[in-house]
Every structure is written in C-alpha cells, then in structure tokens.
Write a protein that binds this ligand. Sequence first.
Ligand code: MTE
Length: 323
Amino acid sequence: MLIRTKRDWELPESAATPESVYINRRALMAGAGAIAGGLALGGAARAADAPVGAPAGAPVAAPARNPAYTLDRPVTPEAAATSYNNFYEFGTSKDVVTAAQKMPLRPWTLRIDGMVEKPLTLGVDDLLKAMPVEERLYRHRCVEAWAMAVPWMGFPLAKLVAFAKPLSSATYVELQTFGRDTYAAPGLRQPFYPWPYVEGLTMAEATNDLAFISTGLYGKPLQGQNGAPLRLTLPWKYGFKSVKSIVRISFTDKKPKTFWALLNADEYGFWANVNPAVPHPRWSQAHERLLGSNESVPTQIFNGYGAQVAGLYKGLEKEALFM
Ligand code: MTE
C-alpha cells in the first residue's frame, strides 16, 4: 500500500445460511465459561470435524462452494496469494511469510464487547465449530493497485454479528488485530504506527452478505501471513479494510478511529470503497495489476460488487465514494 512520500515510513507498496445451521450461542457460552475457568481450550480440531481448526496450510475437506460468488477472471496462483502479503505487524515488506508463520495460532481467543447484551471471550475453535463454513470466490483489490482472485473459506460476518447480540443503539463494528500484549510480532516495535491495527464498518456494511470472516483459502486453513485464524474480507473495499488475525470485535455508536486513517485519512479513509474514478493522491486507481499474470485490467466501481453494495451508500455518495 502506500505511503506518504515525505515520511520515513511507508504504507503497503504500492447468502444466506439456513437458520437450521444458525449459531448455538448457549453451546459457545459454555466454551467461554471453560476459558474463564482457565482450561486450555482450542487445541487443533480434527480436520474431518472442523476444517478450519486443522494446522495452517494443511489440506482439509473443503466446504461447499457458494455458487452466488463466482469470478470473471482466473483464480490467482496460490503461491502468489500466500507469499505476497501486507501484514505490517510483521514488517513493511511484502515478504512476511517466515515471520508470520512463527505466530502461534492456538490457543486463540476472540473478545466480543462494547454495546452488546453481554460481553464474551471465547476460543476460536468453539466459534468455528458453530459457524456455517462455506467457500466463496472473491476479487481482492489493494489500494496499491494490485489485485487477486481468491477462493476463501469462512462464514458471513453477519452470523458473528447476530451471535454477538449487539444493542439496537450500536451503529458501528470495530475489529482489531492482536497487539503486543497478545503476541510481540516484530513490526509492533515500530512506535510510529498507531497499534493495534483497527478497522471499522457501519452495521449495515457488517451485515451485508458480502462481508465475510475468512478462516481459510485454497481449501486449507489460513496461514499466519494471510491473517490466521480469523480475518475480515470485504471484496468491495480496498484491501486495508480487511483486518487480519482478529482478537476483538466491538460494537459502538462512534465512528471507529481506524489504523490507516489515523496515519493519513486523505489517502486511506474510513470508507475506502473501490472507485476507479478517484485517484489516490499519488497514483491512478483506473487500472489494476493482476498478481500472477501481471495483466493490467480496468478497475470496477465497488470492485465489481455494486449490485450488492451500492444501496448501502444512498445519500452518502459524496463521502463514501471518495476515501
Ligand atoms: N491487517 C493487519 N492487521 N495488518 C496489515 O498490515 N494489511 C492490509 C490488510 N489487513 C494489514 C491487514 C492490506 S494493506 C491488505 S492489501 C491486505 O491485508 C492484504 O491481505 P493479503 O496479504 O492476504 O493479500
């Protein structure tokens, strides 16, 4: 992504699910209680039971592909999607694989708090067992003007929101990556950045069916570099909105102060909807380079997902389509 030139830092270069499978919150609460009691929850689940709980990178029984989410371009080679990454907690280069794979993925807990009926901390495997995992093919567009097409595994963010039981007064969702108190990744030593990495969405965006929590890609559990074990995926927004390795989801009535907007809101604002007509201050967004083939193709408004999301921004076009 990008970067302000005058600084010594740089930004990254550059469905519905049947109610019958709906979340059993009481079962998860039982798991959360076990955490509170000090039990070590969340050892790797058997692949046959819970693909997303298998070791990172290991092939698992892939969940059914949701036919509503297909592509108009070839899937990016897996080697590119899993080796050319932005994950500033592990450094500002694209080569973070070695460092990110050192991060322990279990035990891993998710904190749900803020404007909810009852705050909760639960182990990731307890959450994953209850979520309706599926596969979706999504385009992925970085603000740096490169793009991928990825088969993700995971579940709709709307399912997690429903599970969290937010108060009706909550208007935003804030999602946060681990900080130094959880895992001392090398990039977190760089004091210039406003750690921890936080991203935010309106409730309407978070409950749009496209908003997805990824737990795997290419039929395998997520690896550290792609944001294991839980990572947001918002295909109609620039990639920096897709916060990795989530440890906390909070509900609020205040617009979240997001990581990149704190650094430079003109270049990386809260909305960050893909728009070929609005150049980044330092480069055009009219085209994008496909990782793998290097082909340059025209960028599409909302990254091609306008039919699903344009309605979210009715009356907000003046702000939501700029940055
Ligand atoms: N999440 C965290 N915590 N830290 C980051 O540096 N980079 C973002 C996003 N999520 C980032 C992050 C950016 S700029 C992009 S383009 C995508 O992750 C990259 O995801 P990928 O490496 O899986 O392609």
